[in-house]
Design a protein around this ligand. Structure first.
Ligand code: NAD
Length: 479
């Protein structure tokens, strides 16, 4: 059991957070623990009135918060990071239960969340002289946009929500965040705890589903939406945001290709690829979702990957903390559909393939499928599960063409010791990030955004802050 958090409320009582205060709801729902399938705690469902109240509170808070200096905001962000670390036990425990992550992985996420906040205590958008001559100086300043509506998914509830929260705070915006109703607890608790170090109305949280999210995207008092989730919902949000011309950041799915070249050192590469595709049961936006191995190495690679996959154990926290069950029944059912489709079509499953092997929890064994056709469901669509197609290639032109699907604009990875070759391949890959000789992992300092169907704009790093600010150009005459 976790320790009592600094707010004084029970660690297992959850509230929407509006205008600096926890607010009980009229309606509650419960999430199921993906390891045990037992119900967890009551999660408050926010009403449209709660949303209106939160927008009013944010609008009031913005009047003062937008005038704060960068140094004042950075101090507040540091205090939030400290608040996360002080309450790491309870946040890690709650997030572990709602996501099915191991204790170690959940703790790691909490610490990384604090790192994201700390990173922005030292990184900001400064004024920039765009042009200067004898008669004029043109300076770009970065002005807060207003009230941000942030909508996040369930795979990394704290980290992915926090990127939006800290980016908003760093740029002087107020933020109302809606976590996924599959994982509401850790974010609601974090927001409740953070009230002790922030002015009321600056950071608020409302739990709810698609209806509440939709209402946020239509609300005239919200000026900007930052969304992370599926392509279909991102498209819907983009449409809604045009009605009030909100600015948008859409961080969407990636059917990411991983390319292993003929000169790759398999002893080094296979463990990286295994983590890239199986970490958190493949429920990672940038995970290696399609593995393309040069035909000269294919058989040996497959043998080694099957061996490596045995390290990702079902139902064993201590031995394999990087592996998890599917986080909720909806994603489990969807993932089972991919396994059934492979079986029905007679694709060659060379490892795994069993669902719920222990009879309890939303587990699917690490499943490796050898050379399913390019038009198979598993290759065309993002699986978001530990079911990995391993394909072969012969020429770079061929593998690049197959890698560049419209839904593959988020990330890619390339394995070759020849850096010039890797950079040449990366330059031809149509995706926002390419990892070279390492599995896909976003970094707080590296701008992150999807191309094509994988997104619009982006976040992280100093560049990410540009999407959380309006730019005002000052044309200053030299008189
Ligand atoms: P999802 O799109 O189903 O839901 C995401 C959020 O949107 C949830 O909070 C949900 O309640 C809300 N929502 C649903 N319908 C809405 C609507 N009509 N209007 C407004 N909000 C609505 O996604 P998910 O299943 O939670 O997340 C998994 C997906 O997210 C995967 O495709 C994954 O690749 C993607 N993802 C992308 C990134 C990235 O950074 N690009 C990171 C993590 C996950």
């Amino acid at each position: 059991m976790g320790s009592i958090p600094a707010s004084g409320n029970s660690p297992y009582e959850f509230f929407n957070v509006i205008d600096g205060k926890p607010r009980p709801a009229e309606e509650y729902h419960q999430v199921v623990d993906p390891r045990t399938e037992e119900p967890l705690w009551d999660a408050p469902v926010a009403s449209f009135q709660d949303l209106d109240d939160a927008v009013d509170a944010a609008t009031r808070a913005f009047k003062t918060w937008k005038t704060s200096t960068i140094a004042e905001r950075q101090k507040a962000i540091h205090n939030v990071a400290q608040c996360i670390l002080k309450n790491a036990d309870i946040l890690a425990e709650v997030q572990m239960r709602e996501t099915g992550k191991s204790k170690a992985m959940s703790r790691f996420d909490v610490e990384r969340t604090a790192h994201h906040f700390e990173y922005y205590t030292d990184v900001a958008l400064e004024d920039e002289v765009q042009y200067e001559d004898d008669s004029v100086q043109i300076v770009a300043t970065h002005v807060p946009i207003g009230v941000l509506g942030a909508i996040s998914p369930w795979n990394f509830p704290l980290i992915l929500s926090s990127i939006k929260v800290v980016s908003a705070l760093a740029t002087g915006n107020c933020v109302i965040i809606k976590p996924s109703p599959f994982t509401p607890y850790s974010l609601l608790k974090f927001c409740e705890l953070a009230q002790s170090v922030l002015p009321p109305g600056v950071f608020q949280a409302l739990n709810g589903g698609a209806e509440l999210g939709e209402q946020m995207t239509l609300h005239p008092g919200i000026h900007h939406i930052s969304f992370t989730g599926t392509i279909a919902v991102g498209q819907r949000i983009f449409q809604n945001c045009t009605r009030t011309l909100k600015k948008v950041i859409l961080e969407l799915a990636g059917n990411n290709a991983c390319i292993v070249c003929d000169d790759a050192d398999l002893a080094k590469v296979v463990p990286q690829v295994a983590i890239g595709s199986l970490f958190h049961a493949g429920q990672v936006c940038v995970a290696s979702k399609r593995i393309y191995v040069h035909e000269s190495l294919y058989d040996r690679f497959l043998e080694l990957l099957v061996e490596e996959a045995k390290k990702f154990a079902v139902d064993d926290d201590a031995k394999s903390p990087a592996f998890s069950p599917l986080s909720n029944r909806a994603n489990f059912d969807r993932a089972v559909g991919f396994v059934e489709d492979c079986k029905k079509n007679g694709y060659k499953i060379v490892a795994g393939g069993r669902v719920k092997p222990t009879g309890k929890g939303f587990w699917i064994e690490p499943t490796i499928v050898s050379k399913p056709p390019d038009d198979s469901l598993l290759v065309r669509e993002e699986q978001f599960a530990p079911i990995v197609p391993v394909l072969s290639w012969a020429s770079e032109d061929d593998v690049v063409a197959r890698a560049n699907l419209d839904n593959a604009g988020l990330g890619a990875s390339v394995y070759t010791p020849d850096l010039a070759r890797a950079r040449g391949l990366a330059a031809r890959l149509e995706s926002g990030s390419v990892w070279i000789n390492q599995f896909e992992r976003p970094h707080q300092a590296g701008f992150f955004g999807g191309w094509k169907l994988s997104g619009v704009n982006g976040e992280l790093g100093r560049r990410g802050l540009l999407h959380y600010a309006n730019v005002q150009s000052l044309h200053i005459a030299k008189v």
